[in-house]
Design a protein around this ligand. Structure first.
Ligand code: UDP
Length: 245
């Protein structure tokens, strides 16, 4: 897969469908594959933190979850054709595996959210096999037990929804212990599946304004969102210094 190097992060130039196809092919290989979906805030975090940047670059699939990342790829003359958000990729994967024997584990969110998401997903993707759930609020000494529960469930895919960068770091920490074939870090997606958070209406998504919708709904995000203009300026000033493959 062709990649674009955005401030040191090697993002795969894939569409939602191509990303979902890659994940389905990962299910045929008997090893863990990690999938992360960085937006501009996450790339800025990686720009500041080399260890986090290495975690992102060690993944098997890294998709552009944000219009800022898509614009950055265009500025660098390696255009990604669409935003490939974790939530959208997950929906396509769910649709594809619902009539197969593949099993899913839902990890993250406030207590109770993963169970509601399980019920909603079982309604929407009839036939889907959800082998287990766990909330995302735990102490460090409980983590081994969570890994054990994921492994014992026999799940092939685990959605890790702890928010960034916690989910990426958690997956990296346990990559040698997890026995699933795919571990995907997909932020607040469980809240959307459960209906405890709403996705931005189509209008906002189509016009690259999802960030604005989220800011209206969750104004406390303003601090984190200041990374958006910083990201644009940093790509403009320094983006071309990074070697493209
Ligand atoms: N979360 C969690 N454990 C934590 C912190 C956050 O499970 O210690 C969950 C939180 O409940 C929410 C998700 O992680 O469901 C983060 O969602 P957000 O939309 O903030 O993440 P993003 O996709 O923006 O990274």
């Amino acid at each position: 897969m062709d990649k674009v190097n955005i401030l040191g992060v090697n993002v795969d130039m894939v569409t939602i469908d191509e990303a979902a196809d890659a994940i389905l092919s990962f299910l045929d290989e008997d090893r863990l594959h990690t999938v992360f979906t960085p937006n501009s805030e996450i790339i800025m975090a990686a720009y500041r933190d080399k260890a986090f940047c290495d975690i992102l670059n060690s993944s098997d699939l890294l998709t552009a979850d944000g219009i800022g990342v898509v614009y950055a790829s265009k500025m660098l003359k390696k255009p990604i054709s669409e935003r490939a958000a974790g939530y959208d990729i997950a929906c396509r994967v769910l649709d594809d595996i619902k009539d197969t024997d593949h099993k899913l584990y839902l990890f993250g969110g406030k207590p109770g959210v993963a169970e509601i998401a399980k019920e909603k997903l079982e309604e929407k993707y009839s036939g889907i096999k959800i082998a287990g759930t766990h909330d995302g609020y735990f102490k460090e000494d409980e983590e081994a037990q969570i890994v054990e529960d994921i492994n014992r469930s026999g799940a092939d895919i685990v959605f890790v929804c702890l928010g960034a960068p916690k989910q990426e770091k958690w997956i990296a920490k346990y990559r040698d212990k997890l026995e699933t074939r795919v571990a995907m870090g997909i932020g607040g997606s469980l809240d959307v599946f459960a209906g405890t958070a709403l996705r931005a209406p189509d209008f906002y998504c189509k016009h690259g304004l999802e960030w604005f919708y989220r800011l209206k709904k969750e104004p406390w995000r303003i601090g984190r969102m200041m990374d958006l203009p910083k990201f644009a300026v940093t790509v403009l000033l320094h983006g071309r210094k990074y070697k493209q493959n």
